[in-house]
Design a protein around this ligand. Structure first.
Ligand SMILES: C[S@@+](CC[C@H](N)C(=O)[O-])C[C@H]1O[C@@H](n2cnc3c(N)ncnc32)[C@H](O)[C@@H]1O
Length: 219
């Protein structure tokens, strides 16, 4: 996966989501399905050295990739663990995933584990695509290797059913025609150059969920 390129073309929804939270120095986060660590590094830059970012991935190779991408950030801790087994040494303020639930066996199981990793009042942010809503020259895209290529379309319900309050939800799709980052991204993913065909990449659905606070005593 061309992580750096993905981070570039899907940078806008990531920035919007993080701004929406008011995340800042000292926050503790987990990036589940961290891959090459692009999001983990973006989080580390925001939370600073007083914060912590757990970069979790089930593939042991990701640990080395994250270690090299985040070499300058001692606050990033790379862990080999499946999202289904997510267990951290402390409760975090934010559990994040992007392009993860498309690949897991049961997205609901992973979302429940993410919720369980977050302190009361903390955040779960999920960004997943609706692959078939992407278009090249007007023709729908597909992702045969993914288990749930259109999981983005189900995301609000999945987040709610994991016991989270939905604070915000939206979809964004980078689009372009001719040479540029969108066309380059598609070519790198599929191996096919779309030439002069217009490209709308799969919309990324973002859902910002919040872990409910316990009711005040005496109520
Ligand atoms: C497409 S990459 C996304 C990387 C990163 N989140 C991003 O957006 O740049 C998906 C990552 O999820 C990991 N993954 C797949 N299934 C997983 C699971 N059940 N638990 C944890 N990680 C998983 C893969 O190893 C891979 O690194």
């Amino acid at each position: 996966m061309p992580d750096a390129l993905r981070d570039d073309v899907y940078q806008r929804p990531l920035s919007t989501a993080l701004e929406r939270l008011g995340i800042g120095p000292g926050w503790k986060c987990v990036d589940v399905g961290a891959g090459g660590g692009d999001v983990s590094v973006a989080l580390a830059e925001i939370v600073g050295h007083d914060g912590r970012v757990y970069a979790v991935d089930s593939d042991p190779r990701a640990r080395d990739e994250v270690a090299s991408a985040a070499a300058a950030f001692s606050q990033v801790l790379a862990i080999t663990q499946a999202g289904e087994d997510l267990l951290l040494p402390e409760a975090v303020d934010l559990a994040f995933c992007r392009f993860l639930l498309v690949h897991v066996v049961d997205p609901a199981v992973v979302l429940r584990r993410m919720r369980g990793a977050v302190r009361p009042g903390g955040w779960v942010v999920v960004q997943e695509p609706i692959t078939s809503a992407g278009r090249v020259g007007g023709v729908a895209l597909s992702m045969p290797e993914a288990r749930h290529p259109d999981v983005g379309a189900l995301l609000p319900a999945l987040v709610r059913d994991a016991g989270l309050a939905i604070a915000d939800a939206w979809a964004e799709a980078p689009a372009g025609v001719g040479p540029g980052p969108v066309t380059a991204y598609l070519a790198s993913l599929t191996g096919v150059d779309p030439g002069d065909d217009p490209v709308v990449l799969p919309p990324l659905v973002t859902v910002v969920g919040r872990v409910p606070q316990p009711a005040p005593a005496g109520r």
